[in-house]
Design a protein. Structure first.
Length: 441
């Protein structure tokens, strides 16, 4: 068969995404460090510890890896508790450390995207009520100003908040993240405060750096009715509206939607320059009257779906396409700010990666404005309440020795980044079982 290829547009961004607490190590001043000390919170009692030791300097070797692997972008986050260890007290050395890392990215040809909030909070903020208290809005705005003043010559893409829906749900409904609450009303209060904090942060960034591109990284959990029954359809649509859409839409038109509020919030309108999508998997939803707390829907993976080793992710690439179909209607540039799978043995990842990028290519060819893709993640890192039990890295990490080993997917992704596309030869080498599907004929 002749060689065929799916090409991406020139200047497409190819990168990986990381978050401060998951890679830096020794983030002793935040709520996660504290949480990890409490028995029963993290699987097997794992701790973040040194993580990938980026604070100790191993970012250098990992950025080398990313650059040698043909990547031209990287998404990372800054740790609030390092930069503002006490309210209004700024640690200039921490900011200098981030400047050095960002310079390190530029020197290697990697364009940075910086996230200001990725799940962790300074302990002093928690004492003030964390994201449940309205005071967080002003606090987050101050933090934004300080960071952007310090880093704006090195960063032109900002993500204010990572997965507001995922954070609020995990911390205030599921109780799996600190503060471990199970209170649906608190969940919506937190999301409401996050909306206003995003708005304040967006305007603060643009005051200092008018040409910056500012967005959020929104988690999209694909949802499909389990059966053609209208009740399953309604449960699935309802949950998707609440979880996937209710945070994003007000940032376009300034109109608050149930359950995050009502009426207009003018300062929110037009506060996205791009939309970041974190997409991992898709659920089937079945109407179930016994679950009023979870608006009447039970979630499960499609029967027969190909599921990751720990059962965390089903390989559902069409769900990425569906998320893009929804997102492109907002008329904003789109980045896939996270996508990946836990798979220590790298059995599923090559296929997962190729199939998701194939869907992304479809979207690009409809001229939907997709500008880049950040794989989660570069090197195995600390996976929150799942500790080190799940491995999302292109490179495997031994947290004891800090040794890194490339998985086959590291080579596969490198070839994709260098070719700016997927070829049949590459597919034949890394996932021959996909040939008939991706390259029929
Ligand atoms: C997420 C996160 C990442 C996770 C990843 C894999 O946004 O949930 O941004 O921190 O590590 O999703 O679990």
């Amino acid at each position: 068969m002749a060689e065929a290829a799916f090409h991406f547009p020139p200047n497409f961004l190819w990168g990986t995404a990381t978050a401060a607490h998951q890679v830096e190590g020794n983030n002793t001043g935040n709520d996660w460090w504290q949480w990890e000390l409490e028995p029963g919170r993290i699987q097997r009692g794992d701790r973040s510890g040194l993580a990938c030791d980026w604070w100790g300097g191993r970012w250098r070797e990992d950025f080398d890896r990313a650059a040698e692997a043909g990547q031209n972008a990287h998404r990372l986050s800054v740790e609030w508790s390092r930069i503002e260890p006490r309210p209004g007290i700024w640690d200039e050395a921490a900011l200098a450390h981030y400047r050095e890392m960002l310079r390190g990215l530029h020197q290697r040809g990697l364009r940075p995207m910086v996230t200001l909030h990725h799940f962790t909070n300074p302990l002093w903020l928690v004492e003030q009520g964390g994201w449940e208290s309205e005071s967080v809005i002003g606090r987050f705005e101050h933090f934004t100003r300080k960071v952007v003043e310090a880093l704006h010559d090195l960063v032109d893409m900002w993500c204010t908040i990572n997965e507001p829906n995922g954070y609020a749900y995990s911390a205030y409904t599921a109780g799996a993240f600190p503060p471990g609450r199970r209170d649906i009303r608190a969940t919506f209060r937190v999301m409401h405060n996050m909306l206003l904090a995003h708005g304040a942060s967006y305007h603060a960034i643009h005051d200092i750096q008018p040409a910056a591109e500012v967005g959020i990284a929104q988690h999209i959990r694909g949802m499909q009715p389990a059966t053609p029954s209208p009740l399953d359809g309604a449960a699935s649509r309802w949950q998707s509206r609440v979880f996937n859409e209710s945070f994003v839409l007000p940032l376009r038109d300034g109109r608050l939607r149930f359950p995050l509020g009502r009426g207009r919030e003018r300062a929110l309108a037009g506060t996205l320059d791009f939309l970041g999508l974190n997409y991992y998997t898709r659920d089937r939803v079945r109407f179930d009257l016994r679950l009023p707390g979870q608006p009447f829907g039970r979630h499960f993976f499609a029967p027969g779906a190909e599921v990751s080793p720990a059962g965390f992710i089903a390989n559902e690439p069409e769900g990425l396409f569906a998320a893009l179909r929804w997102a492109h209607r907002l008329g904003l540039p789109i980045y896939i700010t996270e996508n990946g799978v836990e798979d220590a043995a790298d059995q599923l990842r090559p296929r997962y990666l190729l199939q998701h990028l194939h869907q992304l290519w479809h979207a690009v060819n409809f001229a939907w404005p997709v500008r880049g893709y950040y794989h989660w993640t570069l090197v195995d890192n600390f996976e929150w309440e799942r500790g080190w039990t799940q491995r999302f890295g292109l490179w495997a990490l031994d947290p004891e020795t800090q040794a890194r080993t490339p998985r086959p997917s590291a080579h596969l992704y490198a070839e994709i980044c260098k070719e700016n596309g997927l070829s049949s030869a590459l597919t034949a080498r890394y996932a021959p079982e996909l040939m008939a599907r991706l390259f029929p004929g």
